[in-house]
Ligand binder design. Structure first.
Ligand code: C6P
Length: 405
């Protein structure tokens, strides 16, 4: 199989538009990816031909919608190589998935327990654990990284001990692009019998994820960063944990038997999915994953590596630009600052040229403080990004520099 970026771009209708007379240069895929036509079609088709509530009805449409919805769960299970489809829980996204795990763990934590996170956390994987520790008296420890944005493995190992209840860390940093060496970090955490949660929000679209090979206990991601719709995400967890985990929401569909006085819970995955679910979202995400899996995964990784290599080369040659996050192993994320200028001004003036980047702290305030920057401008790539987009970014930055003086 080969990789043809123009062929891929043609499948993303949003990319062909102009912004204020400039062709759109979309470099904000770490915030959310754009959606291929096939995903848009799957959602439209669901609402025009199949919409009905799932699991509940005895009629044709209810059955059809249920088969599509549960089929999407099968697609996810096979995509991440879950041992069973019951381990795939639909959520609204990464943030909710982490909160569900934190809520469950908070009931088990005692004051002597310790939780380890890293210096590069998104707030979703930090504030949740701060709150869990506050409620239980457990201690939150933060694994350090070097100035390039790579975790210090020796320091990480030194934090582990028999009190370590959980290690929660990102597969990929959203602000820096660092790919963490999970093949080394997870076995270290497991050597002290800690639970391991991987925040896969940024990792899921950039690598062949196999949750069984990884050896973690929870793997979490959002559909919208993987060419799927917003409002749908996944909590994958080991069945032995999820089936004993305290329930999160209670109500319809998650129960086994209900009396006026009491209720018992159903089996997985329903016991963690109360209420009418996001059927269109799940079906859209299933379509997105089928679309993504049809691409040559090795070619995709190779292509993205080449994009970040090229962008880094251009950035290093750009006078007055400082790259923030220089890990050896990175996805297509280029965070940077123009010396003497606030990232918000840089982003604003790029936007005036049709170039979309994200600016600010990227929901990682402690990381920005650790690096001593107010924030960054972040250009992030996906399978539809071209070298021409990267050239447009640097041409745009030349103009920004001359405008800002
Ligand atoms: N990062 C970004 O621009 P939600 O918002 O629930 O889909 O994902 C939260 C989240 C958690 N962890 C990581 C590593 C993330 O990157 C994100 C979302 C976006 O970087 C929006 S803040």
């Amino acid at each position: 199989m080969s990789f043809n970026v123009e062929n891929i771009r043609n499948q993303f209708p949003i990319l062909s538009q102009e912004i204020d007379g400039n062709p759109l240069v979309y470099l904000d895929s770490a915030a959310t990816t754009q959606k291929p036509q096939t995903v848009i079609d799957a959602i439209v088709s669901y609402y025009t031909e199949s919409n009905s509530n799932v699991h509940r009805g005895a009629h044709y449409l209810a059955d059809k919608a249920t088969r599509l919805y549960e089929g999407a769960r099968d697609t996810i299970a096979s995509f991440i190589n879950a041992a069973s489809r019951e381990e795939v829980i639909w959520t609204s996204g990464t943030t909710e998935s982490i909160n569900i795990v934190a809520n469950g763990l908070a009931h088990q934590l005692v004051a002597s327990d310790e939780i380890i996170v890293t210096e590069m956390e998104h707030h979703a994987n930090l504030v949740t654990w701060q709150q869990a520790c506050k409620k239980s008296g457990a201690t939150l420890k933060v694994a350090p990284m070097n100035d390039k944005g790579e975790l210090d493995l020796v320091a990480f190992e030194a934090l582990l001990n028999s009190n370590t209840k959980l290690v929660a860390m990102p597969q990929v940093s959203n602000a820096l692009g660092t790919i963490n060496p999970l093949d080394r970090l997870i076995p270290l955490a497991k050597s002290v019998d800690a639970l391991v949660l991987i925040d896969g929000a940024q990792g899921i679209a950039h690598g062949n994820v196999d949750v069984q090979t990884l050896g973690c206990d929870f793997y979490i991601f959002s559909g919208h960063k993987l060419f799927g719709p917003t409002g749908i995400g996944v909590l994958w967890g080991k069945k032995s944990l999820l089936e004993t985990w305290p329930v999160w929401l209670v109500g319809g569909e998650m129960i086994s038997e209900v009396t006026y006085q009491d209720a018992t819970w159903g089996v997985l995955p329903n016991r963690l999915e109360a209420g009418t679910p996001n059927m269109a979202g799940a079906i859209g995400l299933g379509a997105a994953i089928e679309w993504f899996m049809a691409l040559d995964q090795d070619a995709v990784l190779e292509y993205e590596k080449e994009l970040i290599r090229y962008a880094t080369e251009r950035a290093e040659a750009f006078d007055g630009l400082t790259i923030v996050g220089q890990a050896e192993n990175k996805v297509g994320v280029l965070s940077f600052n123009l010396d003497g200028h606030h990232p918000a001004d840089v982003g604003f003036l790029l936007d005036k040229q049709g170039i979309a980047v994200r600016t600010g702290d990227h929901c990682a305030q402690p990381l920005m403080n650790r690096l001593g920057v107010p924030g960054t401008a972040r250009a992030s790539f996906s399978v539809y990004t071209t070298r021409a987009d990267i050239d447009a970014l640097f041409n745009g930055l030349e103009k920004v520099k001359s405008m800002l003086g």
